[in-house]
Design a protein around this ligand. Structure first.
Ligand SMILES: Nc1nc2c(ncn2[C@@H]2O[C@H](COP(=O)(O)OP(=O)(O)OP(=O)(O)O)[C@@H](O)[C@H]2O)c(=O)[nH]1
Ligand SMILES: [Mg+2]
Length: 206
């Protein structure tokens, strides 16, 4: 893949889903973005789609509580999955969020792969450890991405990637990205392309 080959010609918000009935049924494959609340999921989606505010971002954790679907180049959907591990989202809301995530991971045949985001500054995170183990058990292709690398020095980035790999027993190092500085995005697109091509519903990305 040559640099800048991924040109997002079209990106639109399709809708939200609180349960399985609400997932889009147009046959296009999905790439779903998971991770703790506030890790930078919505920001990464905006950066990948080259749109400033298509996906709502917030410094208040727990903002996104439904699955949100975005169609890109009429070829696939990005799914912004509610962040978990946020203590203030409690009771019924938490249970219904967990149920929709479980439903999605277990039953959505259109899912071509999962992106799991970890904060590049937070190596030791029990919430991430549990979530990665649970998602690995779902046997969907899983790509781990480390966010907010602009908060690390250039020398510390490779050390952090190695430490995160070790901590979670990953097969490969996470991909370092900064949505703020727009770095690492090309490598993420290349992996998304591979995930989509591995799915039976795949179409040309660009
Ligand atoms: N420095 C820096 N901050 C970032 C980056 N990406 C996201 N943020 C900030 O992190 C906060 C959370 O970002 P979101 O993208 O809303 O996080 P989220 O994972 O979607 O959060 P929830 O929807 O609550 O699960 C915001 O204040 C963002 O501005 C980044 O690459 N660098
Ligand atoms: Mg969000």
């Amino acid at each position: 893949m040559k640099p800048n080959e991924y040109h997002v010609k079209q990106a639109e918000f399709v809708g939200t889903a609180a349960n399985r009935e609400g997932f889009p049924k147009d046959g296009l494959p999905h790439i779903a973005v998971f991770g703790r609340s506030n890790v930078g999921k919505s920001s990464l989606l905006n950066a990948l789609m080259q749109r400033k505010n298509l996906v709502k971002t917030s410094s208040t954790p727990g903002k996104t509580q439904l699955l949100q679907f975005f169609r890109v180049n009429h070829a696939f959907h990005f799914v912004d999955v509610p962040g978990f591990g946020y203590a203030k989202v409690g009771g019924e809301t938490r249970r219904s969020m967990e149920a929709v995530i479980r439903d999605y991971v277990k039953h959505e045949k259109a899912c071509a792969g999962l992106l799991y985001l970890v904060d590049s500054r937070l190596v030791d995170s029990p919430v991430d450890r549990d979530a990665i183990a649970w998602l690995e058990a779902a046997e969907l292709p899983l790509l781990v991405i480390a966010t907010k690398t602009d908060k690390l020095t250039r020398q510390d980035i490779p050390k952090a990637m190695a430490a995160i790999r070790k901590e979670h027993g990953l097969q490969a190092e996470p991909l370092p990205v900064s949505s703020a500085k727009k770095t690492g995005l090309q490598a993420v697109w290349e992996q998304i392309d591979l995930l989509l091509h591995g799915h039976p519903g795949s179409q040309e990305l660009t």
